[in-house]
Each structure stands twice: as C-alpha cells, then as structure tokens.
Design a protein. Structure first.
Length: 231
C-alpha cells in the first residue's frame, strides 16, 4: 500500500512544482547554452589542433621544395599554405623561409612579396618584426630608402627595437645622413646586451662615423686606478 505524504511533504512538493513551472524553461535553456558553449569550445580546440597538424605537414612540403631549389614548387606550396592555413604560425614561418629561398636565387620581387605578406598579416608580433626588418634590408639593397624607413616606422617589440634602430642607421648612412645614422646606431648599441656579438658590429659602425661608444665607460675606471696609485 502506497505511503501517503504528510502535509509538510506535500507542501514542499507543491512548492517545487510551482518553482519548476515558473523557472523550469529558463533553467533548461541555460543548461543547454552552457553545454553548447562547452561543446563549441571543445570543437574549436579540436579544429585548431587539426589545422596545426595539417599546416605542419604542408610546412614540411615547403621545406622540401626549398631544399630542391624548385621555385615553381615553392610558389605552389606557399600559395596553398596561405589559402588553407594562412592564420597559423606555420604559414608565417613558411613565408619567411620562402622569402629567404627566393632571395638566395636572386628573385627579389618574390622575396619582397613573401616578406610583405608576413609583415602585413602575421598575428605573431615576433614574426612580423622579423619580416619588417628583412624587408627593410631588401629595400635598402634596392636603394628604396623611403620605403625601407617606412617599414621601420612605428613600434617594435622590445627584443627587436635595437635591431630596428641599427637598420635605420644603415639606411640613413646610405643616404649620407651621418648625424642621424649615428643617433640610431647609438640607440642600437645601448639597447643590445653587452654580451651580444652583434653589439660589436654596431660598435664598428659607430667607429666608422668617428664615435667610440666605449670611451665614456672606460675613463672612470682609468681615473680611479690612477687615484689608487697616487695614494
């Protein structure tokens, strides 16, 4: 025989039914939305991993094309990479790799196009900075000084700011603007780590302009040493 609910239990059940009748749909749709977002996030993560895996395979193909020296093959592989996986870091790496291969073969226009693509579309600021620096160097070789300086305008990530200053110095020196070049080289020298080999190259450039960047730091040490001898 079924046990009858007492009065208190019946009231609680009635309140629950009333609550669910009033808010049940809202709760249900809320749960559907939450689970929908969770499923979409998992789907997006899976898609990202799938894209990265496929882009990796295509990057390997571009590497093989570069090693073979077949420019037509590089063209096809790079175009395919841009069309299918243009938003991945592999596409940015591929652009830089292809640009180098084109440059080594003397195809400066193709190299410029590949670098421009990375400089304008890369989502990673590091790859973008590398592309801008290399593009400025290429334009410097072509004596397109204004365009080269344009690539170096604006801000650079901290790790690349000294290199950008050095490249601006090269362009200004090529234009015969020695005072401006010296200023940029000094920025580069101060911005580079003391242990960096590249800093020595910047020092050589400053020496060529009649500047010894180490003079100021060497004198106090010498003076102090002389003072100790006199004592």
């Amino acid at each position: 025989m079924a046990k009858h609910l007492d009065l208190e239990e019946q009231e609680q059940l009635d309140e629950l039914k009333h609550f669910w009748k009033q808010y049940g749909d809202l709760i249900t749709w809320g749960l559907i939305a939450v689970f929908g977002v969770f499923a979409a996030w998992n789907g997006y993560q899976y898609w990202q991993r799938s894209q990265a895996a496929q882009a990796s395979v295509m990057y390997d193909e571009i590497e093989r094309a570069v090693l073979s020296g077949d420019q037509a093959r590089i063209d096809r592989s790079l175009a395919d990479m841009k069309d299918r996986f243009g938003s991945t870091t592999y596409a940015q790496q591929a652009g830089l790799l292809a640009a180098r291969a084109y440059y080594d073969k003397g195809n400066l226009e193709a190299s410029r196009a590949a670098l421009t693509g990375v400089a304008e579309k890369a989502s990673d600021e590091g790859y973008q900075a590398i592309a801008r620096l290399r593009l400025a160097g290429l334009l410097l070789e072509k004596k397109a000084y204004d365009e080269a300086l344009q690539q170096l305008s604006g801000s650079f990530p901290k790790d690349f700011s000294a290199l950008a200053a050095d490249r601006r110095g090269d362009i200004l020196a090529a234009q015969g603007k020695k005072a401006e070049a010296k200023t940029e080289y000094e920025k580069a020298y101060k911005g580079l780590d003391e242990r960096a080999e590249y800093r020595r190259l910047v020092e050589v450039k400053l020496n060529a302009l009649g500047v010894d960047p180490t003079a100021g730091s060497a004198k106090p040490t010498t003076t102090a040493a002389n003072a100790e001898v006199k004592k």
